[in-house]
Design a protein around this ligand. Structure first.
Ligand SMILES: [Zn+2]
Length: 241
């Protein structure tokens, strides 16, 4: 513990020096970020390119296209523009867990009214398979969930409500049916937890066809969950798969 405190002190001392030689840069266009922008990951120009996704669009693009829908509601922060793609890529593959917390708090600000509509809302991140989590060192959806709870403390985080019991291949490049088959039977409740009567909010980074969130919702509903909502950072434009 002492060693950790010592390292943290050293890091705080070194940080201004690091910023001087390796100043924080915009994760999308690589422009050096001036002082006030350093905590926001994107330069002002790239932030202005972010396109909030209207609630009705999230429904039309994802929920209305599912065969059987187990989710009651879906909140999606932004369109999957190149700027958001850069953020999600860094969150998943460049070991930047703090970026997930920032995205979660942005989602919380955006959807505070919606999220306050349900009482006793519990937040569940979509789990990674343990092997994937070891490679990545953290679950990006859990980081987003932490950001949501930090900003809206009345939400309750259930970090380990669900578990991934089967390793799945990446959904990227799969068509709609393949995506559904890929995740069927991949999730189970964590041992000892019963979601009976609970209002739940599932968190994922990107929602495409909705197959993953819907499969998690199916498992939760089968175990007696009352309402299951989903929330994600972004969704890509409609494809024909
Ligand atoms: Zn930029």
């Amino acid at each position: 513990m002492k060693r950790r405190q010592h390292l943290q002190r050293l890091y705080r001392w070194l940080q201004p020096l690091m910023d001087l030689f390796f100043p924080p840069r915009c994760l999308h266009c690589d422009k050096v970020l001036p002082g006030p922008e350093q905590q926001v990951w994107l330069c002002q120009g790239c932030r202005q390119q972010l396109k909030p996704l209207p609630l009705s669009q999230a429904k039309a693009l994802v929920l209305d296209r599912l065969e059987t829908v187990y989710l009651e509601h879906l909140l999606v922060g932004w369109e999957f523009t190149p700027e958001i793609r850069s953020l999600v890529h860094h969150l998943k593959y460049q070991k930047m867990p703090g970026l997930g917390i920032w995205l979660g708090s942005r989602l919380a600000n955006r959807f505070a009214c919606e999220l306050n509509r349900l009482d006793h809302l519990k937040i569940l991140p979509v789990p990674l398979h343990p092997i994937r989590q070891r490679e990545r060192e953290y679950n990006q959806s859990l980081q987003i969930a932490r950001g949501l709870v930090q900003t809206l403390p009345k939400l309750c985080l259930l970090a380990k409500g669900l578990q991934r019991i089967r390793a799945t291949v990446s959904q990227t490049g799969l068509n709609r049916q393949q995506r559904r088959e890929n995740v069927t039977g991949a999730f189970a409740l964590a041992e000892g937890w019963k979601p009976e009567g609970a209002n739940l909010l599932l968190v994922d980074d990107v929602v495409t066809t909705g197959a993953t969130l819907n499969e998690c919702a199916r498992v939760l509903k089968a175990a007696g969950a009352s309402r299951v909502w989903g929330i994600a950072v972004a969704t890509p434009p409609l494809d024909e798969s």
